[in-house]
Design a protein around this ligand. Structure first.
Ligand code: XIL
Length: 363
């Protein structure tokens, strides 16, 4: 027997084994029925791992490169654009009938040192940003259906955050409030008029000063024909007493402005001990209820058109390094790609939520 035949037989056995344990329906099938995209952040380096790729393709119909389309990857040096990592994600998505969200074109973080430490005039900086938005969006035109154009531009008081794009040195619009944000959306619309353009933010998911600001700015943008199509709510949750009702209210408020809402980076991280074990095993139940509640909050408003988690297996999650390993186990699948209680709650709500709402019965 040739080694190729053996490899093919082995992979068939592996696929059959995965098939036999896979829950039915998958998230993406339930999402199709509920009319909502089911997405996750992905890292191209993991796509060659069979269990990773199988689970991803089976459960999701939307992917977003976790880092692969950020400035520090695409513009590692000033002279060239490097689309290889982002292209890997796009090719995987195309091979498996998935959509791609692009993330992100303008952010004060995750930028290369040549950009953050370079000495640029605002005019040169403006040219660099225009060139970046144009080149990246044209490269992915027709492949990336929605972009996070501007990420995390407001602070917790609702003020425009200091950042290299606003005022350090800025693109020439320092002191002019959201003018630089508007400029980025206009450039993005010129580069790819078909793409949906999102403002994307952390910790403005419920009702607070930041979400008030986002609401009033988006309202103002719509009035003045700034080309914005949606608001992305990150939803990194670590507070297990997280109150979900204000998120549902916020989504409904944004919907009334005529924009779509995507939940973009959902994860619910749990406290861990020094060995990486759960401190309170019951937290898994609370985690599942939070996931269920977020699905419910999205399904209540038809313009909430995508729910995306920030990774899908506890094997790979940004929470570990971000929390210095004090938190983790934040996602829907465990480290061995087995669905968790959170997965079952998520899937159940997805499968029953929209039809229950359509029938007018209370959740
Ligand atoms: C994080 C990634 O998950 C990490 O891999 C990276 O090292 C840092 O950025 N909000 C965002 C995301 O918009 O881009 C961040 O992603 C998480 C917080």
């Amino acid at each position: 027997m040739s080694s190729l035949t053996l490899r093919l037989m082995l992979s068939t056995v592996v696929v059959a084994a995965f098939g036999s344990t896979s829950p039915a329906p998958s998230l993406r099938e339930a999402g199709d029925r509920a009319g909502v995209l089911l997405g996750t952040a992905v890292r191209p380096s993991q796509l060659s791992e069979l269990a990773y790729a199988k689970t991803l393709a089976r459960e999701f119909n939307l992917v977003e490169p976790e880092d692969a389309m950020k400035w520090w990857v695409v513009r590692a040096n000033a002279d060239t654009f490097d689309f290889r990592q982002g292209d890997e994600v796009v090719h995987f998505a195309q091979a498996h009938g998935m959509k791609v969200r692009g993330h992100c074109l303008v952010w004060g973080r995750d930028n290369p040192a040549w950009l953050t430490q370079g000495q640029f005039t605002p005019t040169r900086f403006s040219k660099l940003l225009h060139e970046h938005i144009t080149s990246v969006m044209k490269h992915y035109a027709g492949q990336v259906f929605a972009w996070d154009v501007v990420n995390e531009a407001f602070d917790e008081n609702g003020n425009v955050r200091d950042s290299l794009w606003y005022n350090q040195p800025g693109v020439g619009l320092a002191g002019k409030g959201t003018a630089y944000i508007e400029q980025a959306f206009r450039w993005a619309h010129e580069a790819d008029p078909q793409a949906l353009l999102f403002y994307h933010e952390a910790e403005g998911e419920g009702l607070n000063r930041k979400s008030d600001t986002i609401y009033s700015r988006v309202k103002d943008f719509k009035t003045r024909h700034v080309p914005i199509d949606g608001v992305g709510l990150q939803l990194h949750i670590s507070n297990l007493n997280f109150d979900i009702d204000p998120v549902a209210t916020n989504i409904a408020h944004l919907a009334a402005l005529g924009v779509q809402v995507h939940i973009t980076e959902l994860d619910v991280s749990l406290p861990l001990d020094a060995r990486g074990e759960l401190i309170h095993p019951d937290d898994l139940t609370r985690q599942a209820e939070i996931y269920r509640g977020i699905v419910r909050a999205c399904l209540q408003t038809p313009v909430c058109t995508a729910i995306q988690t920030w990774g899908f297996t506890d094997k790979y999650s940004w929470i570990g390094s971000h929390s210095h390993h004090a938190h983790g186990q934040a996602l829907l699948f465990d480290r061995s790609y087995q669905p968790k209680q959170s997965y079952r709650a998520f899937l159940h709500e997805l499968s029953t939520g929209r039809s229950r709402l359509q029938q007018g019965t209370k959740p």
